[in-house]
Structures are given as C-alpha cells and as structure tokens.
Design a protein around this ligand. Structure first.
Ligand code: G3P
Ligand code: CA
Length: 387
C-alpha cells in the first residue's frame, strides 16, 4: 500500500485530536499469545489524561456480533472478554422514553416479537428516514413490554452458529450497559470504554422522543459527561452531535456513510452537502469545530473497484488528521460476503476470507481504529500491525 504510516504517528495525531481527553498512545495495549489484549494504565481514572487506548483501536461492533446476537449483554461481554478496546451501542427509544440498545427501531429481525400474539396488532408500516418499513418498532412499546421479548440473530443465513444463542438475552437498556461497564471496570481495575450512537435522532425528535437529552442525563449520572470520559458519542446526523456537545463534553465522532449519501438531518434541513463535501478539507474543518473524529464507511478510505476489489486509498486519512480529527471507520467482518473481492477465499459466501489481509490494507492507510464484528481477529491484526 502507498502512504503507509507508522503507528506512532497516528497515535500522536489521535492524541492531538483529543487534547487532554482520551489520549491514544501507540503500543499502550498488551497483546497476549491468546490474542486477547490487556489495557495498561489500569485505573487511569478521570485525571483528564486517559492513556489507555492502543492504536489502531479495536471497537467491538454491536459487541462481538460475529459470534453472538448483536446488542445483547452476551455480545458485549464476549467483546470485552476478547479484549476489545471499546464496545459499541446503538440507541433507540421506547414509547416511555427509555434508551435501549438496538441497531434500529424496527425490531422485527432482531427479536422474537413476531412470535408474541399479544403484540400482533402493533405490526405497522412507517417511513423512517425516507425508507418505508413494515414491522414492529421500539417507539410503540413501553420498556416493560419490550423486556418481555428476547433477542435473536439478525443474519442467520450468514451466521447460523449464532442462532444457538437466540432467546438467551433480553434487549438491554443503555443504563444496564452503563452499570455493566461500571461493574466490569471495578473487577478489572480499569475503565471500560463505550462507543454510543444516536439512531434516527431527527425522526425521534419529531415524535417527541429526542434522544440527546436522556442520553446526556445518563452520561452525567454515570460520570461520562466530561472531555476525558471513557466514551465516544457518534451519529450519522451532525446536528445530533452538535446538540449533544452543548449538553456534555464527552468526545464525539461524526459518522459518514458512502460518498454520495447525505445525512438525514441535511435532507430534512435542505442542506445540499453530501458526504463527498464533508470529507473535503472545508467539510472536515467544519466537523472539527464541534467533534473530535469521523467514522467513515470503509469505502471512503479505500474505494472499491468496479469488480469489488480494494482500489486506491483516498486522501481522507491525511486530510482528516490535518484537520485534527481521528478516524474510526466501519465495519470489518470476517465472512467472504462482506470482504473486498480480492480478500475472499473459496466460493462459500459465509466462510471466512483473508480478513487479516484486509485489516492490514486498512491499517496501512493510517486510520486510528476500526469497528469490527470480530474483535478477536481485529485485535490480532492490530497487534501484527504494531510489530
Ligand atoms: O457506528 C459505526 C457503525 O456501527 C455504523 O454503522 O449501521 O452498523 O450503526 P451501523
Ligand atoms: Ca453503530
């Protein structure tokens, strides 16, 4: 790959972006022979100079969703036990305003709601961020009702093994995750990092279920509202990050989908800018005025060729670093079907391909971290890269 950067340089850039906050120091983690990783500087506490994140940082995407149904305490626990540096939560609200961990408000695919006759009449059709959906939605359930459901594997066709765990866990509230992280932190003698996304914030605000205020209240209640908090906020809607940053000082990252897309809040506000505009130096400078990083789709970092292979890296890593932003792109998954064509192995779309090869190519661009459904693979790849 061209423009290969050394880990130390990326670490310093990350540290600069986060200032006295969550400073990321290269090689700070310890990779073990088992492929797990221990965070150093145990009990870094809230001194204002958190130092515990290695670079490249491994973010357990929806927990360890390559191995367990996503956004369950079982998925989060496995990611943590594997050694993920940060564990991700996506948040949506219930009818009574509680924040729960789901990738989307449509819970048809990730819970057993369709098997509950008492909720049959809740099935409905809605338009969410311009997309018409038919199913069951969190905003139509109280938390007590939602807690009667059980989580299940989203993509059983790809991940049949994960269906073994269908029904084992409930849908967690974000407060339960904060309590779990506190408990784990006490037992492990270090802070447990979380990466928290507001989902469909404009849509929910229109329903009177704004996400940012209850999220900020929870962050304050659990001491994660300061600039050195062990937590990144994230959203695909820049206005949600701007709103959050008025409420708390927690570090924040603006997610960026594919280059031709527009954030949904831009669509609603008639703001013509696309992701392609936001990753230009002027757009990055604008993001850096209120956020500490960007979380782009991997294709923004290395576009794919027409035949699905990795193409030539863009200048986005260099430009974002120049603007003082860190980069945590998404999402690496081990299965062939999700990998670039040049890293697939064999003809089974659900078999693992050369994930290590793909990680190496992405890390070589100088990114500061990566979201992965397979934290154990990502941790080994990151340790290889730091050698
Ligand atoms: O938040 C990073 C990544 O998770 C964004 O994609 O759709 O999986 O939430 P999504
Ligand atoms: Ca997410």
């Amino acid at each position: 790959m061209e423009r290969e950067q050394k880990p130390g340089r990326r670490a310093l850039l990350g540290a600069a972006a986060l200032g006295a906050g969550a400073m990321a120091l290269s090689g700070a983690g310890t990779a073990t022979a088992a492929g797990t990783q221990t965070a150093p500087n145990a009990a870094a506490g809230t001194s204002g100079r958190g130092h515990e994140l290695p670079v490249p940082t491994v973010i357990g995407h929806r927990g360890a969703s390559g191995y367990r149904p996503e956004h369950t305490l079982g998925s989060y626990q496995l990611a943590l036990d594997m050694g993920a540096d940060i564990i991700e939560q996506d948040l949506v609200p219930t009818k009574d305003g509680h924040l729960v961990c789901r990738h989307e408000n449509d819970i048809t695919a990730t819970t057993d709601v369709s098997a509950h006759p008492e909720f049959a009449d809740r099935k409905t059709t809605k338009t969410v961020d311009g997309t018409k959906l038919t199913g069951w939605f969190t905003e139509d359930f109280t938390l007590a009702e939602l807690k009667t459901l059980r989580a299940k594997e989203r993509i059983p066709g790809n991940r049949q093994r994960n269906t073994l765990y269908d029904g084992r866990w409930a849908v967690p509230t974000f407060e339960e995750v904060l309590q779990w992280a506190e408990r784990e932190g006490r037992e492990r003698g270090r802070r447990i990092w979380l990466y928290v996304e507001t989902k469909h914030p404009t849509y929910f605000r229109k329903l009177g279920l704004g996400l940012e205020e209850p999220l900020a209240r929870l962050l304050r209640r659990y001491g994660r509202h300061k600039k050195d908090a062990a937590l990144f906020l994230q959203s695909f809607e820049p206005s949600s990050i701007q709103r959050l940053r008025k409420l708390v000082d927690t570090p924040a990252v603006v997610l960026l989908s594919t280059v031709n897309s527009r954030p949904w809040d831009f669509v609603e506000a008639n703001d013509p800018r696309t992701v392609a505009d936001l990753v230009k130096p002027e757009g990055l400078k604008w993001i850096a005025s209120y956020a500490q990083g960007i979380g782009p789709d991997l294709s923004v970092i290395i576009p794919r060729t027409p035949d699905g292979k990795l193409g030539t890296p863009t200048s986005v890593v260099k430009d974002a670093h120049a603007a003082g932003l860190i980069l945590h792109p998404y999402t690496m998954r081990n299965e062939n079907t999700f990998l670039p064509a040049d890293f697939r192995r064999g003809s089974d779309p659900n078999a693992y391909g050369d994930a290590f090869g793909a990680f190496k190519a992405y890390f070589a661009t100088g990114i500061d971290g990566i979201f992965s459904d397979n934290p154990d693979t990502a941790l080994l790849a990151a340790a290889d890269f730091r050698k």
